[in-house]
Design a protein around this ligand. Structure first.
Ligand SMILES: *[C@@H]1O[C@H](CO)[C@@H](O)[C@H](O)[C@H]1NC(C)=O
Length: 816
């Protein structure tokens, strides 16, 4: 739907501009272009001339969109900035070369191209700057003597060809800008890598950071499909070799692909009504896109808490690192393959994967898959084989030797990309596939967790049981609860029998539906699923707690429904969903300006202050995170989800539990390791939330080009170098207030300090955020920095239910 609207807007736009008068798009040999003058393409879309960036005095010659001049699509002299603009001019020689010069002489020029006569320079409607000759004008298909499309900078426009033509000795690729005000070559490039099967790779300082996966006949096997019909890919193959790739330009001129200096390849489309560019897609996209995330023989998967697992027959090479979620060491064979008995070897089919990188391989496109298998079987160092194409039936053979690197499950379930991995027949006979094995493991661990959780809650929540008994005696409950009880039939009609279209959220606990009690009154209905992780005790805990809590930054519980098996909570309905759906979403993030975000940060802090200090019950939330912060119609934050919250006596400030629940990425070290929770563990989570609000990045799944850092580590590094402003989400540039941003980062870092005693309490957090004075306290190192890892290992190993399985860390098992 949105795509259609966009197309309509784009076409409407192209009609509108056709009415305007047309500036000159051509420069002739007797003319010069000086500072302030530009060529404008005849469709009024592109403009070419001299420009400067930010505060810099340096001049560049380049091409930009006329209506969005900030978006420069090509730069001529990217590595030759012009500091002296005296006598600055651009000219085209009759022989066909372009010259930029100032009063000191030539600064930049193109090569003279052979027998050119009667040349002129023209900015085409495609944004391509071309040297036209007499021949070109007679024959439209004659190759241009020179064109800017042959020298891409960081942007692909429709029609610009990305080329990897080894025979012709031509390679054209993208290079990022160095900074947003310096277009010179940065250290990130994107190019086609072709070893018989093309792959598009992103390199940083020559090191592979991402690859799209090999071409499977229709698309790049590990990349998301192109986001809209506006991005139609045109490819040219010579035999099996992809030699050029471009966006079809008849489709639309209003799209582009740009390699950002941050290392993201973005697909953008123009919203012409507002003259702004919308990011339609951005890759790398998820943690599994990070090249070699799981090391050799590791398999990456998103969605579940676990990101890396070893292929069947393999175990983590460095168990401790693996537990700490540093998977880069990869996996190794459980027991070495005996190559004298290959009759005992077989292949395990793993379905729907992005194939491993072609490091050592053999490719034969005419062999059948059966022949491929027997070839691979005979050579003991052949670790896997597959059919590289999804288009050629059973024909095609790609074999990998030795290491398998950068393999992942594909998010698309219908993928036909299956790989066959060498295992022992005995491993094959155990039947369990990777995923089944994982499922069993998870079920086992959940059982352990529930059993131990029930035991623990019997002790810790002794008091709750008395109340629980009271709730069960219907009729008296509302008095005890001070809360309206809704009939199940009322809930059914309000949600239209829990209709699919009313479903607004789901999680480990069950589902959340939108409902209508009357024309005006909208509600959110949280229905615990029958096999919910949230047990009866937790449910009652939440009811008891939240019924007694009233604050404008806490979500309001209107009532509940306990009938038969049903356990339902009725909340006020908040139309804007949760904070994470804004700040982590490419399109929605811009709707939260800095003033909104600061207001949200303050609101969360006030809510937490109330919980810790001001409420009738003292409450530790235990699961504070951006997805538990809901936003009302005015973008005011409300803390929700009290299923894990605990009350505590004033003198009992630290409690312990053997059952660590919460969410990885927000858990303080002492809680994750030793199960100690206190107000200070909530403060830690708040710190993570603050840093996420400022940066728009998730602490967990922190993906950027700085491979091994978490958000906390990255924020800490920036802080130490006095660069904390750089943490800020780019989309806040125009609305931010520097002092407030710095304040938020500083308070965030104070909250996530490694030792609980160093962290401030909510009273100081609120006063630090609200005041205008400099905060005198310097943060110390955050928890979960690299240096703390050895300590973590010891603590993990000491005691935990979850350690019974060597492969998973504490957070993977219990975290939600
Ligand atoms: C197995 O294949 C590799 C890679 O092609 C090759 O180098 C090696 O010699 C082969 N080994 C045998 C025993 O054929």
């Amino acid at each position: 739907m949105m795509q259609h609207n966009l197309i309509i807007i784009l076409y409407a736009y192209s009609f509108a501009i056709a009415k305007f008068s047309i500036g000159s798009d051509t420069l002739f040999p007797n003319q010069t272009l000086v500072l302030g003058q530009t060529l404008i393409s005849s469709n009024q879309m592109f403009e070419m001339g001299f420009f400067s960036l930010g505060q810099s005095k340096n001049r560049f010659m380049g091409i930009w969109y006329r209506n969005t001049p900030d978006v420069v699509v090509w730069v001529a002299n990217r590595n030759n900035p012009i500091a002296d603009s005296n006598g600055l001019q651009l000219a085209i020689a009759r022989q066909g070369y372009i010259v930029i010069s100032n009063s000191r002489g030539t600064i930049w020029s193109t090569n003279s191209s052979g027998h050119v006569f009667n040349a002129s320079l023209q900015l085409m409607d495609t944004g391509n700057l071309v040297v036209l000759t007499g021949e070109n004008r007679e024959n439209l298909f004659k190759r241009h003597a020179w064109q800017s499309f042959d020298y891409p900078t960081d942007t692909i426009l429709p029609g610009l060809k990305f080329v990897d033509d080894i025979e012709a000795g031509v390679e054209k690729y993208l290079t990022s800008w160095k900074t947003s005000t310096d277009p010179s070559r940065g250290d990130i490039i994107v190019k086609i890598e072709n070893k018989g099967l093309p792959d598009v790779v992103l390199l940083k300082k020559g090191k592979k950071m991402y690859r799209t996966g090999t071409w499977n006949g229709i698309y790049f096997g590990g990349a998301p499909p192109f986001p809209t019909p506006l991005f139609k890919l045109e490819t040219i193959f010579r035999q099996e070799r992809l030699i050029s790739m471009s966006l079809a330009h008849e489709n639309s001129t209003f799209v582009r692909i740009t390699l950002q200096k941050s290392g993201f390849i973005q697909h953008l489309g123009l919203n012409a009504r507002k003259d702004d560019w919308i990011i339609l897609n951005s890759i790398p996209q998820d943690p599994c896109d990070e090249y070699g995330k799981c090391g050799s023989f590791g398999m990456c998967t998103t969605g579940a808490g676990i990101i890396c697992e070893c292929l069947k027959g393999y175990v983590p090479k460095h168990k401790k690192d693996w537990l700490l979620q540093d998977w880069s060491g990869g996996c190794t064979r459980t027991s070495p393959m005996n190559c004298d008995h290959i009759e005992k070897h077989g292949f395990l089919e793993v379905m729907g994967v992005k194939y491993p990188d072609m490091l050592r391989y053999r490719l034969n496109v005419s062999l059948s898959l059966a022949e491929c298998r027997s070839l691979c079987l005979r050579n003991c160092s052949c670790t896997a084989y597959a059919n590289p194409y999804i288009t050629n039936g059973d024909i095609g053979c790609l074999m990998w030797f030795d290491e398998l690197v950068d393999t992942r499950y594909l998010p698309r379930i219908d993928s036909k990309q299956n790989i066959y991995i060498r295992v022992l027949n005995t491993e094959l006979e155990s039947k369990a596939t990777l995923t089944e094995e994982k499922k069993n493991m998870v079920i086992l661990l959940i059982v352990i967790a529930i059993v131990s959780g029930v035991l623990v809650s019997c002790f810790i929540n002794g008091g709750i049981h008395y109340l629980a008994r009271q709730i069960r005696q219907e009729g008296r409950t509302d008095e005890d609860l001070e809360l309206p009880l809704y009939k199940f039939s009322t809930i059914i009609s309000a949600t239209n029998n829990f209709a699919e279209e009313n479903l607004i959220g789901e999680g480990g606990f069950g589902h959340v539906y939108r409902g209508k009690l009357s024309m005006e009154e909208e509600i959110a209905v949280k229905r615990s699923s029958k096999n919910s992780r949230q047990g009866l005790a937790e449910f009652k805990n939440e009811v008891m707690l939240i019924a007694k809590l009233q604050h404008r930054n806490l979500v309001k519980l209107l009532g509940c429904c306990i009938e038969r098996e049903e356990r339902i909570l009725v909340y006020e309905y908040l139309p804007n969903k949760s904070l994470d759906t804004f700040i982590f979403d490419q399109n929605r993030r811009i709707h939260l300006t800095w003033p909104n975000r600061f207001n949200i940060a303050m609101g969360i802090a006030r809510g937490l202050l109330y919980l810790h200090h001001d409420s009738r019950l003292k409450v530790i939330h235990r699961d504070l995170k951006t997805s538990n912060i809901l936003l009302d119609g005015n973008l005011n934050p409300k803390i929700s989800d009290f299923g894990l919250a605990r009350t505590f006596e004033e003198d009992q400030s630290t409690s312990e539990t053997r059952r660590v629940v919460g969410t990885y990425g927000y858990m303080s070290p002492e809680y994750a390791i030793a199960g100690k929770f206190s107000m200070k563990s909530d403060i830690f989570s708040l710190g993570v939330v603050l840093l996420e609000i400022v940066s728009g990045r998730k602490n967990r799944d922190f993906d950027n080009c700085y491979r091994y850092y978490t958000l906390l580590e990255y924020a800490w590094l920036l802080w130490k170098e006095n660069r904390s402003l750089e943490l800020m989400d780019d989309c806040l540039n125009s609305t931010s207030i520097e002092s407030q941003v710095k304040r938020c980062v500083q308070v965030g870092l104070l909250c996530v300090q490694k030792f609980a005693v160093d962290r401030p309490d909510m009273i100081s957090v609120c006063s630090m955020l609200a005041s205008d004075e400099a905060i005198p306290v310097e943060p110390k190192e955050p928890g979960f920095c690299v240096e703390t890892r050895p300590t973590l290992v010891r603590s993990y190993a000491s005691a935990s239910v979850n350690m019974e399985n060597g492969r998973m860390s504490i957070s993977d098992v219990e975290a939600r």
